[in-house]
Design a protein around this ligand. Structure first.
Ligand SMILES: [Ca+2]
Length: 177
């Protein structure tokens, strides 16, 4: 076994342990297994992170989307829910300045989407008020400035809060620029 392969397997085991810890601590449900490539090499933050590809979720589900590009979106987003992306890499040479989220909502009360790093209660790196777009498949892009400079590899937790009990948003994708 090469040293690189051994290292990758150790990282993969560590990532599995993190998922297990999250499930115990917060009741999050793993939506699919963390892949070796994600754990060992990270995923670049300068691209689209499809909401339905999150590594774990709490209180949400996926559905086919009618947004440009097709695929799926995450729906059923309400107060106390969240999704998690493992091993997202923020390059140090060109720090992200903006957080973008592709959202559709016919909710009567707006909610808040926060991005936290490394735990569901970790530091918030960006936050935006979810826009009401006039339909659950009427999509718009919301943008918020980064609250702090983020570099290196982090697990991202999108946490959703609302003063109302009803679900407040559908989410197709996020990205950083
Ligand atoms: Ca999507």
């Amino acid at each position: 076994m090469s040293r690189a392969l051994l290292s990758r397997r150790r990282i993969s085991r560590a990532a599995t342990l993190v998922v297990a810890t999250v499930v115990v601590a917060y009741g999050w449900v793993a939506s699919h297994t963390v892949r070796d490539a994600d754990a060992a090499e990270g995923r670049g933050s300068f691209g689209y992170l499809q909401a339905e590809d999150a590594d774990a979720q709490h209180g949400t589900r996926t559905e086919p989307t009618r947004d440009t590009g097709g695929g799926e979106d995450v729906t059923g987003i309400g107060d106390g829910d969240g999704i998690r992306f493992a091993g997202i890499v923020f390059p140090a040479d060109a720090p992200a300045r903006l957080f973008h989220a592709r959202i559709a909502s016919a909710a009567s009360v707006a909610g808040t989407i926060e991005i936290r790093i490394d735990s569901a209660t970790g530091p918030a790196i960006a936050a935006l008020t979810s826009p009401r777009t006039g339909g659950w498949q009427s999509w718009d892009e919301a943008t918020a400035p980064m609250a702090r400079t983020v570099t290196g590899r982090h697990d991202l937790y999108l946490t959703f809060t609302s003063p109302a009990h009803a679900d407040f948003a559908n989410l197709n994708w996020i990205r950083f620029t």
